[in-house]
Design a protein around this ligand. Structure first.
Ligand code: MG
Length: 187
C-alpha cells in the first residue's frame, strides 16, 4: 500500500499556497513540524475557496525514482496506491479531488491496474503486508513492514520511538528499493 501525497507527489500544496498569498511562507519560522495549511491561520478559509478552483496535481513534482521503483515493485508485488481524497476543510468538494487524483495516477502510472487505486477517508481499514506513508497513524494495523516517508511534519519522531512502533524511516525511493527489493534490514 503506497500513499500518494508527499510520497509520490510533492510541492503541489506549497505552490498553491504561494500562488494564493503572492509570496512564499517562511517555513523556517514555523518550527519543526507543520502541515502547510496550519501556517495559513486566519487566511485558511479563503485559501481553501481558492484551492477548490485548482487541480493541485497540475502543480506537483513527482518524487525522484518513485515511478521507476514502483514499476519494479509492481513486478514482484500487488501494488495498491491508497490515498485519502477528502480535505476536511472543503469536504463537499472531495469528489473533484478524487477525480484529479485518479486522472493523475492513470496518466503517470500506466503500468498500474487502475482497479488497484484505493480512494479512502480512513486508511486504518486497509490491511496490507507493506505500507508506505508519510503519516504515522496511516501505518497502523497488522502489517509486516511499515515505512515512514520523511517529511517536515514527521521529522521530530525519534528513531527510538519509531523503532518501538516497528516503523522504519525512509528518505527517498532508492531506500525503499533497497529495503523491499534487496532485503536490506534497517530495523
Ligand atoms: Mg501522504
Amino acid at each position: 500500500m503506497i500513499d500518494m501525497d508527499d510520497v509520490i507527489t510533492i510541492k503541489g500544496f506549497e505552490r498553491l499556497v504561494k500562488e494564493f498569498l503572492g509570496y512564499e511562507l517562511d517555513w523556517k519560522q514555523a518550527g519543526e513540524n507543520y502541515y502547510w495549511q496550519d501556517l495559513l491561520e486566519d487566511k485558511k478559509d479563503d485559501f481553501f475557496q481558492f484551492f477548490i478552483t485548482k487541480n493541485m496535481y497540475d502543480y506537483v513534482d513527482i518524487r525522484e525514482d518513485s515511478i521507476r521503483v514502483i514499476e519494479k515493485l509492481n513486478n514482484e508485488y500487488d501494488v495498491y496506491i491508497c490515498t485519502d481524497y477528502i480535505w476536511r476543510e472543503v469536504i463537499e468538494n472531495a469528489g473533484l479531488n478524487l477525480k484529479n487524483k485518479y486522472d493523475f495516477l492513470y496518466r503517470n502510472f500506466p503500468f498500474l491496474d487502475p482497479r488497484k487505486f484505493i480512494f479512502v477517508g480512513d486508511k486504518s481499514i486497509i490491511n496490507c503486508d507493506i505500507k508506505i506513508d508519510d503519516k504515522l497513524t496511516n501505518l497502523s494495523g497488522n502489517c509486516e513492514l511499515k515505512l515512514l516517508f520523511s517529511e517536515q511534519h514527521n521529522k521530530n519522531l525519534s528513531d527510538k520511538y519509531l523503532k518501538e512502533q516497528e516503523v522504519i524511516r525512509v528518505n527517498d525511493w532508492n531506500e525503499i528499493e533497497k529495503i523491499i527489493l534487496e532485503g536490506v534490514n534497517c530495523l
